[in-house]
Design a protein around this ligand. Structure first.
Ligand SMILES: *Cc1c(COP(=O)(O)O)cnc(C)c1O
Length: 755
């Protein structure tokens, strides 16, 4: 009689049988050995009991993982989404929680950054003393070139409290405070201010700006001194050749403190004369302006400065004294000009105008599209242009064709390569060779086919991630960008309401079906922008559930718009909305991404739209509305929104619906602030362009009915995209501002025998 099995033997049999469906015993052993080897890094000669236990536990856990993940996915999909009732709700993005695999900390290059304290003028020179120190810890990220063996470095800085931070004034109870204060110091690099085109004069922001500048400049000077160029036999390295090797491009005024900081280093540490130091600074620095909106311009209160950066304030005052002395000599008796051009703005609170500091401290100043560079010369920086016209340049923005075509739209990249080869990826100007094929039916067919595939793919994505079903045969009409009054998402919204009313009025007419998608983030403190999002979602709620309308009009608000979403939606778009008030959008780059991906543009003559129309032919874009001159004239003569409201019945109807609660039946006055703004204090003149916009949209709808003509126009646009490569932009910065020629020297690959 066979001996009965022990409990342990039974369990073993059951578990082996249980596993049989999944994996046999020899696989189990293999996996156990794999974990012992690769996970625990042991072999059987040295493994302990605990190692065997862990190897077994890992092997068993592997069996649970698939089910575990699937279960959680199931729960997640059942879970209601967080978007709350059509309002934008912010969520913290702790993106470093799990580490960043691309960055490498470089603690060996850590640098101290000083704040607060006071300035001592001594016979030996100027000393900035009694400061608080925060350490700047560098993190390097590799930036590979496109198939050229080049890998550059992007160096970012993290704030770190020094070991002895506040610990010297130890006493009973002081310890806890000292530990808490370490957090305060490290807050400097904790958060990015989320505003778009808006200046918020917070001390923490000024600290951030100085922190990055001070760390970077120390790094620049250290590297220059240790380079072959800087380190000669002479003991003291002369910084007079710094501008020959180093260019500091001030990307907006946010790093403007580089100017007084480099002066401080040259004067107080390197003991150069003012004249010598100023020559080095102005030859090294150049400034790019990014906006003309007055609320976006940095003007720091002097009190903040005096407290946080007393030595820098002294230096700025001296820069200003010499600057105004020069202007006074050029324009004797013109006191108003001195006031206008001063780096110090008088008023209730004295402020430093950082753009003025940048212009005075730079050898080159540029805007980011031709119209924008012209506007800053004629208005914002007119006085400065008059005295130093040679400083003013233009550098039209660009986008990288690697990310914004090859990576995000491989289908289109391939269709193009089949006609003109692959060289256009490095030399985007070659896209014009497509014009040879503009009447070629096979190209028209292929371009339309890729677009349709992209639209189907994006529809599936929307269905999966946003739980909305859309009609992939409708026109995908897309406006994705930060939500801001000047970008005029409200104008788009008025068109949506107008279309809706028209369809309701004549439901049997042959309407061109549209899916109108609007996406973007509002700055968390920008009330009007958040209300604009709420209006779009409210309009969507009414339109999307109206059975008369059906799938001829759908309105989708895309939350959490970011590069990853841009890469998906742009290749799937038919119509690109670039409808800012003329004179307000410096360049825009979204406009270029859409153009390169075969969307047609409906837009104003603003920013880079102007050059897009020039490159593709104005007849190949849907250009409408006021030009900059019209807007200026209206500013002089006065803009009367009520006049448009009373004269244009479709506009009046749309506004009355918004104001009367048609789209917010539970709260009739929900949009009163928007209504009041549009009617009485709209800086961006939405109504003045309404009629022209609607008429232009009618032309868009008509053309969409003719797919062949539509696609031909698309080909003209793709062919006209060459100018908008960032390769062209960067080489112009290099040649025309930094005084460099692109290097043709070949860098060998690490495994290249020629190295
Ligand atoms: C390109 C891009 C922008 C800029 O868009 P504009 O239309 O030029 O304002 C903004 N956000 C994301 C995610 C982008 O990719």
């Amino acid at each position: 009689m066979p001996k009965p099995l022990t409990d342990q033997e039974k369990r073993k049999q059951i578990s082996v049988r249980g596993l049989a469906g999944v994996e046999n015993v020899s696989d189990l052993k293999t996996n156990f050995n794999r974990h012992l080897h690769f996970t625990l890094v042991k072999d059987r000669n040295v493994a302990t009991k605990r190692d065997y236990y862990f190897a077994l536990a890992n092997t068993v856990r592997d069996h649970l993982v698939g089910r575990w993940i699937r279960t959680q996915q199931h729960y997640y999909e059942k879970d209601p989404k967080k978007i709350v009732n059509g309002w934008q709700v912010e969520e913290a993005d702790d993106w470093l929680r799990y580490g960043n695999p691309w960055e490498k900390a470089r603690p060996e290059y850590m640098r101290p950054v000083h704040f607060y304290g006071r300035v001592e003028h001594t016979p030996e020179g100027v000393k900035w003393v009694d400061t608080q120190v925060v350490l700047a810890l560098p993190y390097d990220t590799p930036v590979p070139g496109y198939r050229n063996n080049v890998v550059n470095t992007m160096r970012l800085w993290s704030a770190k409290a020094p070991c002895d931070f506040n610990l010297k004034d130890f006493n009973v109870g002081g310890y806890i405070q000292a530990v808490l204060d370490r957090n305060l110091a490290e807050n400097i690099s904790r958060v990015l201010y989320p505003n778009d085109n808006f200046f918020e004069g917070k001390e923490l922001r000024l600290k951030q700006e100085y922190f990055v500048v001070a760390a970077t400049l120390q790094d620049i000077v250290r590297r220059f001194k240790s380079s072959k160029f800087g380190s000669t036999e002479v003991v003291r390295v002369d910084l007079s050749t710094l501008p020959d090797k180093v260019a500091i491009q001030l990307n907006d005024t946010h790093p403007a403190l580089a100017i007084p900081e480099l002066m401080r280093i040259l004067l107080d540490t390197e003991h150069q004369t003012w004249e010598k130091a100023w020559d080095i600074v102005t030859r090294t620095c150049a400034y790019t302006n990014h906006t003309v909106l007055p609320e976006a311009l940095e003007r720091w209160p002097i009190d903040l400065f005096q407290n946080l950066l007393p030595r820098h304030l002294e230096i700025i005052f001296e820069i200003n004294r010499r600057h105004l002395e020069r202007i006074a000599n050029l324009y004797p008796g013109d006191h108003d000009r001195l006031r206008r051009m001063s780096l110090v703005e008088e008023g209730d609170q004295k402020k430093i105008n950082m753009a003025h500091l940048c212009i005075v401290g730079s050898h080159a100043v540029n805007g980011v599209a031709r119209i924008h560079s012209d506007i800053i010369k004629a208005t914002l920086f007119k006085d400065f242009y008059e005295v130093d016209p040679h400083k003013f340049q233009n550098k039209t923005n660009g986008i990288t064709p690697r990310r914004w075509l090859v990576m995000c739209n491989p289908g289109l990249a391939e269709v193009i390569a089949e006609r003109i080869g692959e060289d256009y990826i490095r030399d985007l100007g070659q896209l014009k060779n497509l014009l040879e094929f503009v009447d070629d039916d096979s190209l028209i067919r292929d371009i339309a086919k890729v677009k349709q595939e992209n639209k189907l793919k994006f529809s599936a994505y929307l269905e999966e991630h946003y739980k909305v079903k859309i009609n992939p045969n409708s026109m995908f009409d897309v406006q994705v960008k930060r939500i801001h009054e000047y970008k005029r998402q409200l104008l788009n919204c008025l068109h949506i309401i107008t279309l809706y009313n028209r369809i309701k009025k004549e439901p049997n007419k042959n309407w061109t079906p549209r899916t109108i998608m609007i996406g973007g983030k509002a700055a968390p403190g920008y009330h009007t922008a958040k209300l604009i999002i709420r209006l779009i979602t409210a309009v969507g709620d009414i339109v999307n559930h109206d059975e008369v309308v059906g799938d001829r009009l759908k309105v989708i608000f895309l939350e959490n718009y970011k590069v990853t979403l841009a890469e998906k939606i742009i290749p799937a778009s038919d119509l690109s909305e670039q409808i800012s008030t003329a004179g307000t959008e410096a360049s825009g780059t979204g406009n270029m991404k859409f153009m390169l991906n075969g969307a047609l543009t409906i837009g104003t003559m603003d920013g880079a739209n102007v050059e897009m129309a020039e490159e593709a032919g104005e007849e190949n874009l849907f250009i409408f509305g006021m030009r900059v001159d019209d807007v200026d004239a209206m500013d002089k003569n006065g803009y009367d929104a009520m006049e448009y409201y009373n004269r244009i019945p479709e506009l009046k109807l749309a506004m009355d619906q918004i104001a009367g609660g048609y789209f917010s039946p539970d709260q009739h006055d929900l949009f009163k602030d928007i209504v009041n703004m549009l009617l009485h204090h709209d800086r961006f003149k939405v109504f003045a362009d309404y009629e022209a916009y609607i008429k232009c949209q009618d032309k868009v709808s008509a053309l969409y009915k003719n797919p062949k003509e539509w696609t031909k126009m698309v080909i003209h646009n793709i062919a006209g995209c060459g100018k908008f490569s960032s390769d062209r932009t960067i080489s112009q910065y290099a040649r025309e501002i930094w005084g460099m020629e692109p290097s043709l020297e070949r860098i060998p690959a690490p495994d290249d025998p020629r190295q």
